[in-house]
Structure formats: C-alpha cells, structure tokens
Design a protein around this ligand. Structure first.
Ligand SMILES: [Ca+2]
Ligand SMILES: [Ca+2]
Ligand SMILES: [Ca+2]
Length: 138
C-alpha cells in the first residue's frame, strides 16, 4: 500500500522506514515527542520530518532521488526494491521531476500528520500513531 510506505517514509523517524513492530512505533513516537508530554504536536512532527529529510538526502543537494531512498532504506536494514523506492518518491513528488525536495517532503509529512491525528486536536498520540501505522505491521 502506497500510503503505508509514505507513512513509513515520513512519520517513521527514530528508525526511518523500519518495520512497524509495536515497540518501534513506541520508539519512534518517543523520538518525535521532544517535550515528552505524551503527544506529538505539528511542530514536533515538522522538526522530525526535517531531520528525516536530511537523512534521506544522502548527497545533500536538497533533493531525494530514488537511489538515495534505496540507500537510506538499506542503511536502515529495510531494503526496498527500485519499484518500491520509485513509488515512495512518486507519492511525494508534486512537480514531477522524479525527486523529492524539502518542501514536497514537508507537505507529505504534514498530510500524514493530519491523517494520523484522528480526533483532529492538533496532536498525535501514541494510540493514534499505532492506529495509523497498524495495518503495515501485518
Ligand atoms: Ca510533545
Ligand atoms: Ca539528494
Ligand atoms: Ca519533485
């Protein structure tokens, strides 16, 4: 499912793109909840997404290519096929240049944050994150 891969590419910060085991979701949640109030705010999520983008942009040219997506996933011991990496990029690539820039990445992260925020209170709780990521665990 494309959405789930996208979720993995943006929400998944502590161990980017890793498997969605329950404990890794917890770890990821904690890594995003920088003020430790038990919920991830839009600001915390944006900061985490920016950090994630830097990890993805291996050559630091401001754009994430299919190859960089694959390199990062390999480094995270979550190898992706070229097709999977391509789909993950395509899902975020708004201007169709085949790469994801910081703006496109943030827009995708923002959309996912809003989707994960089930009760729309502007914060994502660990439960909400589990719910959003849940189907990918299977
Ligand atoms: Ca917080
Ligand atoms: Ca790059
Ligand atoms: Ca693009």
């Amino acid at each position: 499912m494309l959405q789930l891969r996208l979720l993995a590419a943006t929400l998944a910060l502590a161990a980017p793109l890793g498997a969605f085991a329950a404990e890794s979701i917890q770890d990821r949640f904690r890594s995003m909840d920088s003020n430790h109030d038990g919920r991830v705010s839009a600001e915390e999520h944006t900061a985490a997404a920016q950090k994630m983008f830097k990890q993805l942009d291996v050559d630091l040219d401001g754009r994430v290519t299919v190859e960089e997506m694959r390199l990062t996933r390999k480094a995270m011991e979550e190898p992706a096929s070229e097709e999977e990496a391509r789909q993950a990029i395509a899902a975020m690539d708004r201007n169709g240049d085949g790469k994801v820039d910081a703006e496109e990445h943030l827009a995708a992260a923002d959309a996912l944050f809003k989707r994960a925020d089930a009760n729309a209170d502007g914060f994502v709780t660990e439960d909400e994150l589990q719910q959003a990521a849940g189907p990918a665990a299977n």
